[in-house]
Design a binder for this molecule. Structure first.
Ligand SMILES: Cc1cc2nc3c(=O)[nH]c(=O)nc-3n(C[C@H](O)[C@H](O)[C@H](O)COP(=O)(O)OP(=O)(O)OC[C@H]3O[C@@H](n4cnc5c(N)ncnc54)[C@H](O)[C@@H]3O)c2cc1C
Length: 408
């Protein structure tokens, strides 16, 4: 980047160095390469770039496959034809450029585009970071405060904050916990993060609670490593629901034009059919072709009680509340961004974000009623488009965030 560009550019800080962060770095580099006005991006990750995908830090063993196509990369969907010059620049950081530049393109095409593993996705993200000469640093962001219309970002170990024009919060948030009797835990009650650290010692009667993307990863891991496992899945649907991956649903995730005109209840239904709590058709096929003996238990888990050799679950079924005991329970009931966000913004000078803000997130994916820019794409699904919290339109998310700085 030229020094004149650097002097005039607004700067934003990003918590995390996963795909959303890489999409921002790449957009910044592409605009800068074209000598256009850009936004300087600095990201911090407490582990390493793409940590949540390579299998060393939970959420996956790295061998699981991405539910979405890797063609939905950090440059997707680009400018949708609005700015061909920028698209040409962005494509240099695409999945296919990565394959070409690392000698993997011929194999991927000749093998008929096999699904991308989480580890390969991490490799791609790190390549795109390097290619874009991103300013990414190792560190834990502990606190964020408003400062004269800007944002003060506190990194653990540094006494003074760094001041930025805006802040972007990424990552899945915290695993939603199950209510536990007397809050007494044991090492047999796992969640979508801890499962991966413990999976080799799991045996006997296993219960998986939930039916979303992280359950898909867990089921696929059993298919590969313990195909004779005895697994019960507690589901409020009574069966394992399949994700709607039709053209019409997919296109809403890519380009949410018209989304805001739909009633909120309709938007929630679309998200529930095509994103939350549903398993991809590919996961269904893998489970069907495996030896895995799955039992579905209809109901809602009300409470878990950790025992000496297992976990007892109180399940609200159709007619009554039943109690069932398992050797291991994996509660994969979703993620919640708000607790981590509240902790970060705990300074009294920020309004306390509660769940009502979710429907009011603005065009630039910013929290409403804040006097400075705090972008939370992970919460923007209902208000702005179903693809913003996931990997469906990473480049559009970056472009919406940059739009907040167009006039500065
Ligand atoms: C198992 C699994 C599979 C998934 N598969 C898909 C899929 O196929 N397609 C799809 O669209 N979505 C998928 N998702 C959803 C996906 O997690 C979200 O789309 C995710 O939020 C996108 O990445 P990100 O950049 O926001 O965050 P992440 O890639 O999760 O990165 C967040 C980073 O923040 C870092 N961090 C956290 N706290 C701090 C802190 N205080 N300071 C500094 N750094 C910090 C972490 O180390 C991490 O590296 C999947 C989710 C899971 C759990």
């Amino acid at each position: 980047m030229s020094s004149s560009n650097q002097r005039i550019s607004p700067r934003i800080a990003v918590l995390g160095c996963g795909p959303k962060s890489v999409a921002l770095h790449v957009r910044s580099a592409a605009l800068s390469n074209l000598n256009r006005k850009t936004v300087m991006v600095v990201s911090w990750d407490m582990s390493e770039p793409a940590a949540n995908w390579d299998g060393k830090y939970g959420f996956t063993d790295g061998k699981c496959k991405l539910g979405t196509s890797p063609l939905k990369d950090v440059t997707f969907p680009g400018t949708l034809g609005a700015d061909p010059e920028l698209d040409k620049e962005l494509v240099k950081f695409s999945w296919t450029s990565f394959l070409r530049c690392t000698g993997q393109m011929d194999s991927w095409v000749d093998r008929s585009y096999p699904p991308c593993t989480h580890q390969k996705w991490a490799e791609y993200l790190r390549w795109a970071l390097k290619e874009s000469k991103a300013d990414h640093r190792k560190g834990i962001i502990e606190k964020v405060e408003p400062k004269d219309g800007k944002v003060a970002v506190y990194i653990k170990g540094n006494s003074k904050p760094e001041i930025f024009d805006g802040f972007v919060f990424t990552g899945p948030g915290k695993c939603i916990p199950l209510p536990i009797v007397n809050n007494r835990r044991n090492d047999r009650l796992l969640d979508a993060k801890t499962f991966w650290e413990e999976k080799n010692r799991i045996k006997g009667k296993i219960c998986l609670i939930g039916t979303g993307e992280s359950c898909a990863a867990i089921l696929e891991s059993f298919v590969d490593s313990k195909p004779d496992a005895d697994i019960s899945v507690v589901t409020m649907f009574g069966y394992l629901p399949m994700r709607d991956e039709g053209y019409s649903a997919n296109s809403m995730f890519t380009n949410p034009t018209g989304w805001e005109e739909l009633p909120v209840e309709v938007r929630k239904t679309i998200i529930n059919r095509a994103d939350r709590g549903v398993l991809s058709p590919r996961c269904h096929s893998e489970v069907a072709a495996s030896q895995l003996q799955l039992r579905e238990i209809y109901g809602q888990v009300l409470q878990a009680q950790c025992m000496r050799n297992g976990v007892e679950l109180k399940i609200k079924a159709a007619q009554a509340v039943v109690v069932q005991k398992f050797d291991y329970v994996i509660a994969s009931i979703g993620f919640d961004i708000l607790p981590s966000l509240k902790q970060l913004l705990s300074s009294s000078r920020f309004p306390n974000p509660d769940s009502s803000i979710i429907e009011k997130i603005d065009y630039t994916l910013c929290l409403p009623q804040f006097k400075c820019n705090i972008h939370v794409p992970g919460l923007a699904g209902i208000a702005q488009g179903p693809g913003f919290p996931n990997l469906s339109c990473l480049s559009l998310a970056a472009s919406r965030i940059f739009a907040a700085y167009e006039s500065s």
